[in-house]
Design a protein around this ligand. Structure first.
Ligand SMILES: N[C@@H](CCC(=O)N[C@@H](CS)C(=O)NCC(=O)O)C(=O)O
Length: 267
């Protein structure tokens, strides 16, 4: 704000407007305050500015790590919502929930007992589909909207991955089913990529990314299985999603992903 001290009256409005837009874009909330320059040139005295106040962090209940207390756990649906918050530059405050021993306070907020659970407009909302839509509506910038015709790209990968992970008989067709889905995604990305909606990341990537991360870790660990080199577009897609700052900040620890899937593999 020190720039206010040296500008002339004619440029004041433009500069302040620019500042206001920048701050509003960062924090989504505007409040009023009066400027108090340290030395007061005539033209800026009593100038009233609109400036952003820091936005209160959004409360979100997340799965707690099963290997490290007070750390984020291995829920791909939770990560999807955290990715959305990160990509929209929204502050948030995570409340860790031990899903093996759900606390009373959490069950009171959500009797279904599922995470993610988020507080928006004084209401607790569950389900990552509902939450990400509500976030898009309330905080439209930057837009993460995926066009409706692209929303279901890759949507069968998670269930076919789980099918393959659970199965004991290697020739039962579940690996083939997964490979078919991965091939289809690879072809789609080759023609339309690098992301599902082209050049920019969008909501569909933020949903699929955490699922592919679980697939890579769980199948690597339990089946010694890797995404084949014959799918280069998919491989570079995964690499670039996993390398995003938002992803690194919100990803589960490898050991949590492995432990999280153990009951399915053993069951
Ligand atoms: N459809 C839900 C799925 C959420 C979900 O299954 N969360 C799991 C953790 S990854 C959970 O809370 N499980 C606890 C339980 O079912 O008791 C969403 O998209 O948010």
């Amino acid at each position: 704000m020190s720039s206010v001290k040296i500008i002339t009256p004619s440029t004041t409005t433009t500069l302040l407007t620019t500042t206001i837009k920048h701050l509003a874009c960062n924090h989504n909330i505007l409040t009023q305050f009066s400027s108090r320059p340290t030395h007061k040139p005539r033209q800026t005295r009593n100038l009233s500015l609109r400036m952003s106040a820091p936005m209160a962090p959004i409360e979100i209940c997340v799965k707690e790590s099963i290997t490290t207390p007070n750390k984020l756990g291995d829920c791909p649906f939770t990560q999807r919502v955290l990715l959305t918050l990160e990509e929209k530059h929204l502050p948030y405050d995570m409340k860790f929930v031990d899903l093996n021993n759900k606390p009373e306070w959490f069950l009171k907020l959500n009797p279904d007992g599922k995470v993610p659970l988020i507080k928006l407009d004084e209401q607790w909302k569950s389900d990552s589909d509902v939450i990400t839509e509500a976030l898009e509506e309330k905080f439209p910038q930057p837009s993460l909207t995926t066009p409706p015709e692209k929303v279901s790209v890759g949507s069968k990968i998670f269930s076919t991955f789980i099918g393959f992970l659970k199965i004991k008989d290697p020739s039962d067709g579940t690996e083939e089913a997964l490979l078919n889905e991965l091939n289809a995604l690879n072809d789609y990305l080759k023609d339309n990529g690098p992301f599902i909606n082209g050049n920019e990341v969008s909501a569909a990537d933020l949903s699929l990314g955490p699922k592919l991360y679980h697939m890579e870790i769980a199948l690597g660990h339990y089946k010694k299985w890797l995404v084949p080199d014959s799918l280069p577009n998919l491989k570079s897609y995964m690499k670039s999603i996993f390398a995003r700052d938002s992803f690194v900040k919100t990803r589960a620890q490898t050991e949590d992903v492995i432990e999280g899937w153990r009951p399915k593999v053993m069951g």
